[in-house]
Design a binder for this molecule. Sequence first.
Ligand code: SF4
Length: 526
Amino acid sequence: MHEYKLTRSNRKTLAIHIRNGEVEVKAPQKLAQAEIDKFVGSKADWIAKNLAVSAGKKEQRESFTLNYGDCILYRGAKYPITARPSDRIGFDKAEEHFYVPSNLTSEEIKSACVQIYRMLAKNHITSRVLYFAKSMNVTPIAVKINSAKSRWGSCSGWKSLNFSWRLIMADDDIIDYVVVHELAHLTEMNHSPRFWKIVEKVIPNYAELKERLRIISEKLSVEDWDYNAEKDYLEQQEKESEGGVKYHYGSYKSILSAKNGMNLYRGCTHGCIYCDSRSECYDMQHDFEDIEVKTNAVEILERQLISRRAPCMIATGAMCDPYIHLEESLQITRQCLQLIEKYGFGLAILTKSSRILRDIELLKRINTKTKCVVQMTMTTFDEKLCKIIEPDVSTTAERFAVLQEMKQAEIPTVVWLSPILPFINDTEENLRGLLDYCVRAGVKGVIFFGAGVTMRAGNWQYFADKLDVHFPGIKHKYIQAFGDGYICNSPNNSKLTALLKSECKHHGIICNTDEVFRYMQEFNSR
Ligand code: SF4
């Protein structure tokens, strides 16, 4: 007879499980040992057959490795892993491949791919949760991505939904089934007929999808995605990238401010080290990088646009960037722009991300009908410095490319040359480089509040920590020069302001801040 591990519980029947080459027998508390042995003996052939299958799977799992050129699943299709000569990792939609640095070992490739999967899972699954939550009339309080191996999803008692990153390998309809399954638990915590009715209402063919999910589980059971913790890309980069971002959901009564500004998310994943929006005065109830999604933003904007007496310019605020990473999948900004176009309003939109190019056709249409102004922030001409002070967003050169695209599309642009960080990029060379970009891109105006930055409780602490890491000794200079003052102006401020004014005058760029704002607020219907 086969050896087995016995687990007794309050169950009424006997069951045999084979896992990782071991036999486990589950038995009722008081069942006699002889009865159990007899049962196990009667299943000897079945046990032998399944032990052989299990040993085969174990062998396959142990030999599972990942190398450049291997193809791995993403939303039901397979894509190759390619090497790139940079530290970045990700999934290139246009070129349809996963990319990782070129000098990784097999174990590190696996670790990097898991991190990419987590990012992809977070974006796609969160967007599907938002999509179905609306029609199912439920509101989860958070969506988290975990590393569960045997549970595709789960729903906690406090309405937080968890999904395994592995789910992103499945076909879209299977992912939707798991999402709907977990959302249904917000109404029915069990698997009763009432629960399945809720699922069936949204996914009528759920039984077929359940079966396909089982087949995927079976396929993945021979792939060992665990990796050596020392090669953990996630661990190394989670804090610096979007890998560790959590999402929160908020329902709002109003989206437009009195001056017709709107911040479509709360928090930002672009990581600018000087960002004022981290300041305590804004009373963010969660880490700045953990995004609060305004779930009803589109609905409310539509109501508010309809109720405005006359169309006007709508501006995106500076508290978050409308093109954060999550926008790729949620498309809340895009939907709001569609409403702005539909109701004949104008738009002044501010970003640092080239993701805005996704919506260029929409921006053109708004500009044809009324007026659209694209604003980009540029703070440093030096690409390396840019990756340090604004690490998770398009570089200045990429932003310049966006400005050129806008010029070609005849969409007017304004550049915010702010902040200019004292003792870091407050040089004539930097300002000349940035202004040269502005001239070549034919910008209408620049916003320049002087060469300096503002600091207060919240953003100062974050900034000071980053100074210690990237610019040793500079924190001390800030403390000496500005103490705990709010405005930290560069010693070169007067010289740089004079340079800016003369260059702008020479090239016909508006640099009077009031005048630039007036221009952006002035509504034209064509
Ligand atoms: S893009 Fe804007 S909101 Fe986002 S971190 Fe940078 S400064 Fe802050």
